[in-house]
Design a protein around this ligand. Structure first.
Ligand SMILES: [Zn+2]
Length: 121
């Protein structure tokens, strides 16, 4: 049977939910872990690693269990820039990561991300 529009293509045989989505389900946990090891093909015209960054950020936003609230928010706010082809430099990513680890407040993150994207173009 074809999945309906908007339905996930694969269901988890253990929990019945979208495969990879439910933290704590062994099959979902394996499928979720594979997302981080994958090597995706970048779209033309984007820096190498952009597609992987998009997939990791989407994965965290869709399954935020175990991730700090500031990190989930930072990854969610970074997604629109990634989708337009932005990729932070290693230094920028580390700076943003440090801000997140210090427990950045929700109101600090948009300006920090705007600063990154403005600096890189
Ligand atoms: Zn499952």
């Amino acid at each position: 049977m074809r999945p309906a529009v908007g339905e996930p293509l694969r269901r988890c045989p253990s929990c019945g939910g979208p495969l990879g989505r439910r933290a704590g389900c062994p099959r979902c946990d394996v499928a979720h872990g594979m997302r981080y090891a994958a090597r995706e093909t970048d779209r033309p015209g984007v820096p190498p690693g952009n597609e992987h960054a998009i997939r990791v950020n989407v994965s965290v936003v869709r399954r935020p269990e175990g991730i700090s609230a500031p990190e989930v928010l930072a990854r969610r706010l970074l997604l629109p820039a990634l989708l337009t082809g932005f990729l932070p430099t290693r230094e920028q990513a580390q700076r943003l990561g440090a801000l997140v680890k210090r427990g950045a407040r929700a109101e600090d993150l948009p300006a920090a991300i705007d600063g990154l994207t403005a600096a890189t173009g």
